[in-house]
Write a protein that binds this ligand. Structure first.
Ligand code: PEP
Ligand code: MG
Length: 908
């Protein structure tokens, strides 16, 4: 490929102090988030160490081209590197005053800790002496060199990190010291030699012939080679396993690539006037308008995130001697960044000998509670509009707020306390490794992942676990950041836990308790509490900020949000959650439990009297059901779907019955009992279908057993009449499931209407109940104009419509092969979760055709996709009147509908 587009972009100042920044925050897709924001910060005059960014497209071209740089790129990188040396007045590898750079990844969407970073690049056996000369600090210089070799070997060359940790421990033992900080310059110099030896022994000469010196692999001394390998490693890390998994989890496309940022190093480990830290301009856990974060004096950036040393809160920085000025400047920078980006920002900074440097900023990740508070506060502060506030909260994330909490009315004893890193509570068995967490979840066991500290390799386990507990690290540690992003409860830094991951146990300091794998614990990420045993959990209620923001979303939304609710409790909950109406009451759930025997007697008998009795019993209980629901939803539509599933679902399982008969026969049981069970088995067998989901179900049941829809209609109409007489305002609608043809719809409609009229007359109440069809088959969608003559409303059952359009059995494919299809990109999304574009087209065309016949016909969606924000965006565009979702999905659907309407207004 020829060099037609700019691939490398400078940021920061030149030697004369002129700003030579070539990018800006709008170039996220080209420079990645880190690069674009470094450029933006440099552009607005914040102190950013100079450097350059290699574009994301280069990464994609590199990997598509079998890990080869596109033509001309190496020369361009070399040009920018020389320019950077010129701007700084130092050279990589220089023996008198060396330039050191960091090489960091930075994708268009933040993927914290998933890809590679190398620090202190440019050090070698000569430039180490230049660094000593310049800093007059041999300990610092040797420490920097050993860190570089360690990181380069591990990250770039894939050498096992434990080998280096073991060497450090061996050296500490030999010196009789406990902490790394107690090792002096001589120790560190010896460690550098040890590390180079480890490098030689563990890097393959065949794979890296360019590193062979005198027949042996040697740590690369040439900065060109160091830089080339580091850039390749960062590009390569786009496709490492954990990055791929993270993208899948977070719906980030695989074809974005990562940029590489090469930037002058600044050092937070140059003594007590140096420091490094990570911070947020507001509290990312609860949204409070306060500076939030941690710093470490005399440390390098990775030390804070790794949770190796205990950090201090950022608010103290401006009071620390030698760091006051930088601390105050940092708080000013917080203000500048917030008003510039008009959002809560996440920041990485370093103070080198009293001078503040900004290393990164991005819009900060936050919990759902914080997102709500920040959006509402910023609107009140006049920083953003109401529309922006609504757009600021991730609809899917809202779910977090509906997560369980410890039941405060129950007593429990606190086993340990840590930091409240990510809200929500969880109960599960203790596991000590990511693999064990994955295994537990595969076996259907709920677990809590307990780690000293997590690292990116733990991602799969973190996803599998109900909650995460660590004994080390602050609220900005890996565990905390990732858990918050996933909405998983997390307690971190619970220092009382003395974890021995190998033995799979953790002693709890101050107690005689030792946790073993499989022990059940509970944790509350909202308070930081850990409890031995299972604490009862409760779901929180919808109040405060959530209510305010959903109210704002309601002001914008044009889609209705209804509930799928089958009983008065769910109906009430749905109303509390702000549902406009009930879009789907599945009546089959009303036939379970102790009522199963009534429907069984209807199905199995040939005796008209028994049938009659079953129907009248069902009528009685159904009428009570509807009275309860219509009362809870007084004044709102309630769409009641007539019986839908194949009847044998109400019968006993023939296999268990057969086993029972054989057992009875074996032990010489009562012949009459055996005979009657055999008769039953024969009856059940005769009803079994090969493809029940395509068999005798839906409206076909009503055609074959007209007594059933008649009984249900009578119950609906009677409940309605009764409540009307009580002065209430019930609004039921009767829905016919799985219609395929005009003929069946017409027949059923007439039968239903006749019963409604009968009840109206008997009760002497006017009843005008809409009767509509449920569109769940492609045939129905394709003749929706004809069906519209017999339907007062439509509701699209997109679960069945997806099943029948794809020919995918909805009960099987999600576990059997959809994951494989997703992995292999044969499907963009699970169509049972996010509406498929072709199914959406069927819905769109069906609505348009029906509205030619009946312009005001309403069209709902009552499949699971109705609660999915991506699908809601589609439904908003294709003429859908409302989505109908389960009660806990209502807040998400309200917000997502508001956002879809705002986007539509903006022409998106
Ligand atoms: C549907 O098919 O989308 C639907 C809502 O009905 P059910 O899930 O009950 O089949
Ligand atoms: Mg259905």
């Amino acid at each position: 490929m020829s060099e037609t587009k700019q691939r490398v972009f400078a940021f920061g100042k030149d030697a004369q102090g002129n700003n030579v920044t070539e990018g800006n925050a709008g170039m996220n897709g080209i420079l990645g988030g880190k690069g674009a924001n470094l450029a933006e910060m440099a552009k607005i005059g914040l102190p950013v160490p100079p450097g350059f960014t290699i574009s994301c497209q280069t990464c994609i071209d590199y990997s598509n081209n079998n890990n080869t740089f596109p033509e001309g790129v190496t020369d361009t990188i070399q040009k920018y590197r020389l320019d950077l040396e010129e701007r700084i007045g130092k050279r990589l590898g220089d023996k008198d005053d060396p330039l050191l750079v960091s090489v960091r990844s930075g994708a268009p969407q933040s993927m914290p800790g998933m890809m590679d970073t190398v620090l202190n690049l440019g050090l070698n056996d000569e430039s180490i002496h230049g660094l000593i000369k310049q800093t007059q600090n041999p300990r610092f210089a040797w420490d920097s060199y050993r860190r570089f070799i360690q990181m380069f070997s591990n990250v770039v060359m894939g050498v096992d990190g434990d080998l280096f940790e073991n060497a450090i421990n061996a050296r500490k033992q030999a010196r009789g010291v406990k902490d790394d900080t107690e090792l002096d310059a001589d120790d560190l110099q010896e460690l550098v030699a040890d590390f180079k030896q480890i490098f030689s022994e563990n890097v393959s000469a065949d794979e890296y012939p360019q590193l062979v010196v005198d027949g042996k692999v040697a740590f690369p001394q040439d900065p060109d080679v160091q830089l080339d390998l580091a850039i390749r490693a960062v590009f390569g890390s786009w496709n490492n396993d954990r990055a791929i998994l993270y993208r899948k989890q977070n719906k980030i496309p695989d074809d974005l690539g990562t940029a590489v940022n090469v930037q002058c190093m600044v050092f937070g480990n140059k003594g007590n006037t140096s420091a490094t830290g990570v911070a947020f301009t507001r509290n990312p856990a609860n949204g409070e308008n306060e500076f939030y974060g941690d710093y470490l004096v005399n440390a390098q950036g990775e030390d804070v995130v790794a949770g190796i040393r205990n950090t201090s809160p950022i608010s103290e920085l401006k009071h620390v001697e030698g760091l006051q000025d930088a601390g105050k400047e940092l708080e000013e920078v917080f203000g500048i960044l917030e008003s510039h980006y008009r959002d809560m920002m996440d920041i990485e900074f370093t103070i080198e000998q009293g001078k503040l440097w900004m290393l990164q900023t991005r819009v900060g990740k936050r919990t759902a509670a914080a997102a709500l508070k920040i959006a509402i506060d910023m609107e009140k502060e006049g920083l953003i509009t109401k529309e922006e506030a609504v757009m600021r909260v991730d609809a899917e994330q809202l779910d977090q707020l509906l997560h369980p909490q410890f039941d405060s009315s129950k007593e429990y004893t606190v086993l340990a306390k840590g930091l409240n890193a990510s809200p929500g509570a969880a109960v599960g068995e203790v596991v000590f490794s990511s693999d064990d967490a994955v295994k537990a979840s595969e076996e259907g066991r709920k677990c809590i992942l307990v780690r000293w500290e997590t690292n990116p390799d733990d991602l799969a386990g973190m996803i599998a676990a109900e909650g995460i507990l660590t004994s080390h690290g602050g609220k900005t540690s890996h565990a905390a950041v990732i858990a918050r992003g996933m909405g998983a409860p997390c307690v971190c830094g619970a220092e009382a836990l003395q974890i021995n991951a190998e033995k799979k146990e953790a002693a709890v300091a101050g107690t005689d308790i030792t946790l073993h794998e499989g022990d059940v614990i509970s944790l509350d990420g909202t308070t930081g509490v850990v409890v031995l045993g299972a604490v009862e959990l409760v779901k929180p209620t919808l109040t405060g900020d959530l209510d305010t923001l959903l109210g704002w979303a309601d002001e914008f939304r044009t889609l209705g949000v209804r509930a799928n609710a089958d009983n008065p409790e769910d109906a009430k909950l749905s109303r509390d959650f702000g549902a406009d109406a009930i879009g789907l009451t599945r009546t089959e759930h009303m036939f379970l439990g102790d009522r199963k025997s009534i429907i069984q007697s209807f199905i199995l008998t040939d005796d008209p009297a028994v049938k009659e009795k079953a129907l009248s019993d069902l009528l009685k209980v159904q009428t009570e059901d509807f009275v309860g629901i219509f009362k809870a939803m007084d004044g709102c539509d309630v769409t009641v779907r007539l019986l839908d599933p194949p009847l044998h679902e109400f019968l006993d399982d023939p296999r268990s019955l057969e086993v029972e008969i054989t057992r009875l026969e074996d032990k010489g049981g009562d012949p009459d009992e055996i005979a009657s069970k055999r008769k039953l088995l024969k009856q059940i067998d005769s009803m079994v279908e090969s493809n029940p989901m395509l068999g005798l179900r839906g409206c076909r049941l009503g055609i074959l057993y007209p007594e059933l829809p008649a009984m249900q209609t009578r119950a609906i109409a009677t409940a309605c009449a009764q409540l009307k007489k009580e002065g209430l305002n019930p609004e039921p609608q009767i829905m016919i499931p799985l219609v395929a043809s005009v003929e069946e719809t017409k027949v059923l409609r007439e039968e239903i209407q006749a019963v409604v009229d009968e009840v109206a007359e008997e009760q002497d109440v006017e009843l005008d109940l809409p009767i509509g069809g449920m569109i769940e088959l492609p045939r129905a969608a394709l003749i929706s104009d004809e069906l519209a003559h017999y339907s007062d409303f439509y509701s699209f059952g997109t679960n069945d419509l997806t099943q029948t359009t794809f020919g995918f059995s909805r009960d099987d494919v999600e576990s059997k092969f959809i994951p494989v299809y997703l992995d292999r990109h044969l499907l963009k999304a699970n169509p049972f979760q996010t509406i498929d574009p072709v199914v959406a087209d069927l819905v769109k065309d069906a609505i348009a055709a029906a509205r030619k016949v009946n312009p005001s016909i309403s069209a709902g969606i009552c499949g699971e996709q109705g609660a999915d924000p991506d699908s809601i965006r589609v439904f908003n565009k294709i003429g859908v009147t409302y989505v109908s979702v389960s009660p806990y999905g209502i807040p998400v659907a309200r917000l997502a509908s508001g956002q879809a309407a705002i986007e539509a207004k903006q022409g998106k």
